[in-house]
Design a protein around this ligand. Structure first.
Ligand SMILES: Nc1nc2c(ncn2[C@@H]2O[C@H](COP(=O)(O)OP(=O)(O)OP(=O)(O)O)[C@@H](O)[C@H]2O)c(=O)[nH]1
Ligand SMILES: [Mg+2]
Length: 717
């Protein structure tokens, strides 16, 4: 009897020595926490870990004890830098959470997280409302079609306004959002919330938020609650047919029906329920967790993702099922001091065990998975097997990089790659000694592998290593890591703008690489059309329209390679070239002397010569900037902005301050934090993010090209 029973509950997998059964797909939620900087993402995630029993003590961002902000640089600065994953359980649902950074310099972390997540909790600050970076992450979530719920945080603070934040979500984000709760204050202290679906009051009984009591809605609030309840139903009806039908025909809907309608419309990405609370005061987290389970999709609820078969180049659907062939996407690479390189993967279909071989369809090679780990911020738990829907760490994959698809050799598939932002700022870095040079080489390689928005180049003219990234803070953190983690002493130049070059005229250019003086010669000849891209931001593209075999097919990839190599350095000042459309239209070859190398060289010559003829210009990054300052400083701040070539877009009142939105060239706002502090006695704040590239005015371009505007003071570390 006993043996039989034991057999029946045979474990399907072992987790760190503990017996665990495989989790049904419907019981999984893969969610991200996204928001403007400082909105309270990490504070909220720490509370989630506490209330789900994952941690026994609440981690505090301000004390540097947050589990999710584990990097020393995060703890010192009180900000999140790297997206951290963890897993917890609420009710019978397993939740994989990724806490993302809000600072725009680390936008790649949001981008890669949204790529693999099934749903998101968007946190808003109840005082700041919909801040610029909230708009950015919202647009990112739109791009990946990620269903979301909203949590308006910091409602304990004076000046916070829950309903106004929802109003801003309508106006600034165009979101079909409505409150499913409203905050409840007693003597101006946030003490609970009123659930608008069931129309009941939930009061917190203790500071830690462990005890809650459900009560009737106080009579004086009934009319407001009824009004908000009706608005909620109306908004859901806009997104859900069944609800619309009930609404139009005046049918009564019960609590369960309303919740089902919310779930359907959230998964369809047509509605955003808005919750409220204060993570710092431990209010609203349990209800947020309920909403994550009730409304956000499981991997089974979403339509299958599409991939391309690399052999046939045809689209194929990847079915979320353990029975389907294995397919996963590597979305992050990190180096752990003990485990070594960890590839974070999201499994879209099938399952795999440690020790098995996988096929990297992006690199077209086989690699062995030596270990599988479940990530808890920077800690790992060893697991034997991963299943569809899981987000885990894989160890042992030497060649696999961010964006690579892992699958089986029999069923190769490529999941659409993610977008990596272009760096806007660069800095020279020189090691002090020979030993430092070796260590720095290793450090730069490892860091670039972890972070696709960080690039390394070598300036042949000056003999300097140049590091490029998304902003001053990004490079500051990279330099700090090079010094501390890799023990490198280095000198760094002042941060400089990463300019770009482009062309303004359509031309035809010819490139010849012909050497025929005795022995085996070289013969490459290409004719290309070069024109400005219609859409800025498209980058350099290559198309081939060769007629009647003027260039044999086998040499076309070399032509493309030659062009992309040459595009790394422009005609004016050697900055990378962007937004040029190249069409290969003609050329010729020699039966014996033509080689891949000869065509690569010929293409590079055609491109470089063409650039000079096509009226090249210099482009600079323009930042979308918001300065929030008290009314009395408006004149000073605007005056200063005007002296920085800023174009002011809007000035809006916000609570008791004003928000100025402007486009400013990055070159004009280095170290703006210090400037703004002294202009406003520390009473203003600002955020900015790269928005687009624009032509540098000619008098400034001349100075940059002649080298006058780009010398930077050296800093030594
Ligand atoms: N008063 C109040 N302060 C809060 C609340 N939630 C977070 N904070 C504070 O806001 C600051 C930022 O909180 P974080 O949790 O680090 O914010 P974040 O969104 O993770 O920030 P980044 O990851 O750097 O973008 C900290 O000082 C928190 O203590 C809240 O509900 N009320
Ligand atoms: Mg954070």
């Amino acid at each position: 009897m006993c043996i039989k029973w034991l057999k029946r509950i045979r474990p399907l997998r072992i987790l760190d020595g503990k017996i665990m059964r495989k989790i049904a797909l419907e019981k999984i939620r893969n969610i991200g926490v996204i928001a403007h900087i400082d909105a309270g993402k990490t504070t909220t995630t720490e509370r989630v870990l506490y209330f789900t029993g994952k941690t026994y003590k609440i981690g505090q961002v301000d004390e540097g004890t947050a589990t999710m902000d584990w990097m020393i640089q995060e703890q010192e600065r009180g900000i999140t830098i790297t997206a951290a994953c963890t897993t917890c359980k609420w009710r019978d649902i397993n939740i994989n959470i990724i806490d993302t950074p809000g600072h725009v310099d680390f936008t790649i972390e949001v981008e890669r997280s949204l790529k693999v997540l099934d749903g998101a909790v968007v946190v808003f600050c109840g005082v700041g409302g919909v801040e610029p970076q909230s708009e950015t992450v919202w647009r990112q979530a739109d791009r990946y079609n990620v269903p979301r719920i909203a949590f308006v945080n910091k409602l304990d603070r004076t000046g916070s306004n829950f309903l106004d934040t929802i109003d801003q979500m309508h106006k600034k984000l165009g979101a079909n959002a409505a409150a499913v709760q409203i905050p409840y204050y007693q003597n101006e202290v946030l003490s609970g919330m009123i659930d608008l679906i069931g129309k009941k009051l939930i009061i917190y009984k203790d500071e830690l938020g462990n005890e809650m009591e459900t009560k009737e809605v106080p009579a004086e609030l009934l009319s407001e609650v009824n009004k908000q309840h009706d608005i909620l139903l109306e908004k859901i009806a806009e997104a859900d047919e069944l609800m619309m039908d009930a609404f139009v025909h005046g049918k009564k809907t019960d609590e369960a029906q309303i919740k089902e309608a919310i779930r359907r419309s959230v998964i369809a990405n047509k509605f955003v329920p808005v919750l409220c609370g204060s993570s710092f005061r431990n209010k609203g987290i349990q209800l947020l967790l309920d909403a994550v389970c009730d409304y956000l999709p499981s991997p089974a609820d979403l339509p299958p993702i599409k991939g391309t078969n690399p052999d046939t180049e045809e689209f194929e659907e990847i079915i979320a099922s353990d029975k389907a062939p294995f397919c996963a996407l590597c979305f992050k690479v990190a180096t752990d001091p003990y485990v070594g390189k960890i590839n974070y993967i999201r499994v879209y279909s099938g399952s795999i065990s440690s020790g098995e071989y996988i096929y990297n369809a992006s690199k077209r090679n086989r690699e062995r998975l030596t270990k599988l780990v479940r990530m808890h911020a920077n800690r790992q738990e060893i697991i034997e097997k991963v299943h569809t829907g899981d987000i885990v760490g894989a160890v042992g994959l030497k060649e696999t990089r961010t964006g690579d698809t892992l699958c089986t050799e029999k069923n190769p598939i490529l999941v659409e790659a993610m977008r990596f932002p272009e760096p806007v700022i660069q800095q020279a870095i020189e090691p002090k000694t020979k030993q430092d040079q070796e260590r720095m080489g290793m450090a730069l390689h490892k860091l670039a592998e972890e972070d696709p928005s960080f690039r390394i180049t070598y300036n042949h003219e000056t003999g300097e290593n140049i590091i490029s990234g998304m902003g001053q803070l990004h490079l500051e953190i990279i330099i700090d890591r090079i010094m501390r983690e890799f023990n490198v002493e280095a000198q760094v130049g002042a941060p400089q703008v990463a300019y770009r070059e482009t062309i303004t005229k359509k031309i035809v250019s010819t490139g010849k690489f012909i050497q025929q003086s005795g022995g085996h010669g070289q013969y490459g000849h290409v004719v290309v059309e070069m024109e400005p891209q219609e859409m800025p931001g498209t980058g350099v593209t290559f198309e081939e329209k060769i007629k009647s075999g003027a260039i044999p097919r086998e040499f076309i990839p070399s032509v493309k390679q030659g062009i992309f190599d040459a595009a790394k350095s422009g005609a004016l000042s050697g900055y990378p070239v962007t937004d040029v459309k190249i069409t290969l239209i003609d050329g010729s070859f020699h039966d014996v002397d033509s080689s891949e190398m000869a065509f690569k060289m010929a293409a590079a010559i055609a491109f470089s010569d063409g650039l000079k003829k096509a009226n090249p210009i210099l482009l600079e990054p323009i930042m979308d900037m918001e300065v929030v300052a008290p009314e009395e400083y408006m004149g000073t701040v605007i005056g200063d902005m005007n002296s920085r070539r800023a174009k002011i877009v809007s000035i809006n009142p916000r609570a008791n301050v004003r928000a100025i939105r402007a486009y400013v060239p990055l070159a004009e706002i280095f170290n703006y934090a210090t400037v703004l502090r002294s202009l406003t006695q520390g009473r203003a704040s600002y955020t900015m993010e790269p928005s687009f590239y624009a032509e540098v005015p000619s008098h400034i371009a001349e100075r940059i090209i002649s080298g006058l505007a780009s010398s930077g003071a050296r800093k030594s570390f």
